[in-house]
Every structure is written in structure tokens, then in C-alpha cells.
Ligand binder design. Structure first.
Ligand code: CAA
Length: 385
């Protein structure tokens, strides 16, 4: 008998600061409706200099790890495009912070927003061969464009931590997936830059083309159709992007099913609308949002579209498990999002410019405002502390 493998637990962390998109629209001379409806964002996470992808990942992972689970983790696969070192993996820093066993493989995976999906699929394949093992998969990023650019409204940040295991509580991953790679310059960040370069409109078209390609190939491989799905979740750089993806396939569903899929999409974008882009973590925050706000039943099939600029797209699916609500801390996540403090545009711009400087100088950060268990205190001798 083949063992069921998939997502057993999910943790999520985003810092306790956010910027209201109405305030940003006023400051940039834009119509707030463009940001709220045209782009589909209400708030965006603001990342203080005391948080980076490693500390955010530790804050997310700590929610789902117990001393026993820590001893079962065989690998840490860290998807990010906001790495803090060109050589050493964020996963190694994370394994240390979480006090995992030295008998743990720890590597970083990069392909823009697709990295966590690569981690999830590699983890699932590993657990299929080693059913006693668990794998910690991370998607953590700080989505940074330039101040006053078209991409500014699509910033955000945070970390999703997923435990992949046999007989999972939340989602059984199905074995078939469709993926597609092509060398495309729609969004990239050369090593000398702290902000991404993007051909915005082109990137949205490539996203939709890749979705069309992998969805068609998935249907060809599996003989499944839209009628077999209770919900579709999307990589959400901004919520309108996923809405456009859904609209692309919706006409093939019955009117009643269209209404169900649309309601499920609303549930799956609710938390992303208040956090912004997480790059690698966005698809999985959207899935968590669906788990939290949707009305799911055991056995229902969920579709996942992952997209990483540059570009890689993948469509895969999974089946909801009976005790899925026990795999995440719903009340804790509601508190996390509800207890954030709104910052003014001036404070956001100040924090934006306060990220750790690239000159390597020693620095000490003001950590008085930090409430998270893991945070960054500064830099000494070119090492983060
Ligand atoms: N009220 C309501 N809607 C309004 C409006 C108003 N007053 N004014 C404009 N809009 C609507 C527009 O009609 C448009 O809607 P549609 O897309 O449905 O046509 C929408 O608001 C956006 O407006 P613009 O077309 O004027 O677009 P823009 O110049 O502001 O740029 C963007 C939008 C290209 C997405 C830009 O924000 C950007 O470059 N973002 C970063 C790139 C990105 O996220 N790409 C996504 C695919 S790549 C990816 O997914 C990887 C990743 O994470 C980066």
C-alpha cells in the first residue's frame, strides 16, 4: 500500500507592522480604488530591520514544532529569493535557531517565488521513500520594489513553515504535477541590487500563459477537469493576479460550480489581501487562508498554481484530510493579524531605508519594539546577531 504524504502542519509569521493601502494611495496621488480593487490589496506588511527571512521563518516554524517533532526532522528546505548570504544557506541558520539535530540536511532553494514549491515536492518525494522522516519546508521573503514604483503597492513579507510527513493532518499531495520552465526576463534581481527589476505588465501575461500551459498539461495527464476541484489556490503577488487566473478557467465550470469556486477564491485571498506579497510563501499563505476562511470537507480536491518569475510554473493538487483544522493555529493567526500596528507612510519609508546596510559595518538595532521570539539585534564582525 502506498503511504499518504503531504502537509501535516502549517505555521505563518508576519511582523506586527502594516501600511494601509488607502494611506499609500493618498501619498502617491493614486485613487485608493485602484489599489484596493484594481490591484486587490488592503494592507501590506512592513518589515522592520529587526526581522529578516531567517528570523521570520523561525517565528513561523516555532508554532508547529515540538521537542519530539524536532528529533524527526530529516531535512530543512528553505525557499527564498531574499537570501542573506551568497554562500551559506538560510536553512543552516534556521536549523541552529530551532535547535534541530545535527543529523539534518539543510539547504536553500531559489527560483523566485517558486522555491517553496520545489521544497514541497522534493520533501514529499523524500517522505515517500522514508515514511518515518519529516521535512520542514519554508517559504520566506521580503517583497521589495522601489519607493514610488508601480510595484510598490505589491510589496509585503513574511514566512510560511510547513511540516511534510506521512499520514498528514491537512492535505494529502497527489503524485501528478505539471511543470513548465522557460528563460524569461519578467522579474529579476541581480546580486548587486536590493530591489527587484520587473517588467510588470509582461510578468502578469507570462504568469497567465504559464498557468494555461500547466493546467492544460495536468488535465491531459490526469483526465481530471475543473468539475473535480473544490477550490483553486494561486501564487498571489497581489490578489487580482489570482482572480485573473481563476477567470481564465471559470467559464468551463457549471454556473453553480462557478459560484462555489468564486466563494473559495474569496476565502483563499482574504489573508493575502492584508499581508501583501510573500513571494515564495504567497501560494501557501493563500492555502492557509482557504483553510481558515473556507468551508472545506474531507476528500475535497484543491488545485495549486505556483509561479516563479524567470520563469517556472507548476500545477499540482491535494486532498483535504478529515482533521485539517488541527494542523494550524487559527486563533493565533487571527490574533497575529489583528494585533498589528498601522504605520504612517513616513514611518514606512523610514523603515524601508533602515534595512541592514550593505557596507558590512557593525551595527546595533533598536530591538525595544520587537515582540517576536526570534529577531535580529544587529551585525558584528560581518555576522548577523
Ligand atoms: N479603480 C479601480 N481599478 C483601477 C483604477 C481605479 N481608479 N485605476 C486602475 N485600475 C485597475 C486597472 O484597470 C488595472 O486592472 P486590470 O489589471 O484588471 O486591467 C489595475 O488597476 C492595475 O492598473 P494598471 O494596469 O494601471 O497597472 P500598473 O501600472 O499600476 O501596474 C502591476 C500593475 C504591473 C501589477 C505593477 O503593480 C507591478 O509591476 N507589480 C509587480 C510585478 C508583479 O507582481 N507581477 C505579477 C506576475 S510576476 C509574479 O507573480 C512573481 C512575483 O511575485 C513578482
Amino acid at each position: 500500500m502506498t503511504v499518504k504524504v503531504g502537509i501535516d502542519k502549517i505555521g505563518f509569521y508576519t511582523p506586527n507592522l502594516y501600511l494601509d493601502m488607502v494611506d499609500l494611495a493618498h501619498a502617491r496621488g493614486a485613487d485608493p480604488a485602484k489599489y484596493q480593487v484594481g490591484i486587490g490589496q488592503s494592507k501590506q506588511a512592513v518589515i522592520p530591520p529587526t526581522q529578516d527571512v531567517v528570523t521570520m521563518a523561525a517565528n513561523a516554524a516555532a508554532q508547529i514544532l515540538t521537542p519530539t517533532i524536532k528529533t524527526q526532522i530529516a531535512m530543512v528546505l528553505f525557499g527564498t529569493e531574499s537570501g542573506i548570504d551568497n554562500s551559506k544557506a538560510t536553512a543552516v541558520y534556521l536549523a541552529h535557531l530551532l535547535e534541530l539535530s545535527p543529523q539534518t540536511r539543510a539547504v536553500e532553494l531559489k527560483q523566485a517565488c517558486y522555491g517553496a514549491t520545489a521544497g514541497l515536492q522534493l520533501a514529499a518525494d523524500y517522505v515517500r521513500v522514508h515514511p518515518q522522516a519529516k521535512v520542514l519546508v519554508i517559504g520566506a521573503d521580503i517583497a521589495r520594489y522601489g519607493l514610488r514604483t508601480a510595484g510598490e503597492v505589491t510589496q509585503g513579507g513574511g514566512a510560511v513553515a510547513m511540516l511534510v510527513a506521512a499520514n498528514p493532518q491537512i492535505l494529502e499531495l497527489e503524485a501528478t504535477s505539471s511543470y513548465h520552465t522557460a528563460d524569461v526576463m519578467d522579474f529579476w534581481r541581480p546580486t548587486y541590487r536590493t530591489e527587484a527589476l520587473v517588467d510588470g505588465k509582461y510578468s502578469t501575461n507570462v504568469y497567465l500563459d504559464f498557468f494555461a500551459a500547466v493546467w492544460a498539461d495536468y488535465q491531459r495527464q490526469t483526465k481530471l477537469t475543473i468539475a473535480d476541484f473544490a477550490a483553486f489556490t494561486f501564487h498571489l503577488p497581489f490578489t487580482k493576479m489570482g482572480r485573473k487566473g481563476l477567470r481564465q478557467i471559470l467559464p468551463t465550470a457549471t454556473p453553480e460550480h462557478q459560484a462555489q469556486l468564486t466563494a473559495a477564491f474569496e476565502a483563499s485571498q482574504a489573508d493575502n489581501r492584508d499581508v501583501g506579497n510573500l513571494y515564495t510563501g504567497s501560494l501557501y499563505l493563500s492555502f492557509l487562508s482557504l483553510l481558515r476562511h473556507g468551508h472545506l470537507q474531507a476528500g475535497q480536491r484543491i488545485g495549486f498554481f505556483s509561479y516563479g518569475s524567470g520563469a517556472e510554473g507548476e500545477f499540482f493538487s491535494g486532498l483535504i484530510q478529515p482533521n485539517y483544522r488541527q494542523g494550524f493555529d487559527d486563533a493565533g493567526l487571527t490574533d497575529l493579524l489583528a494585533n498589528r500596528r498601522a504605520v504612517s507612510v513616513a514611518e514606512y519609508e523610514q523603515l524601508y531605508n533602515q534595512q541592514l546596510s550593505s557596507d558590512g559595518q557593525d551595527m546595533q538595532l533598536a530591538v525595544g519594539q520587537e515582540q517576536a521570539p526570534y529577531y535580529l539585534a544587529g551585525r558584528q564582525h560581518e555576522q548577523r546577531v
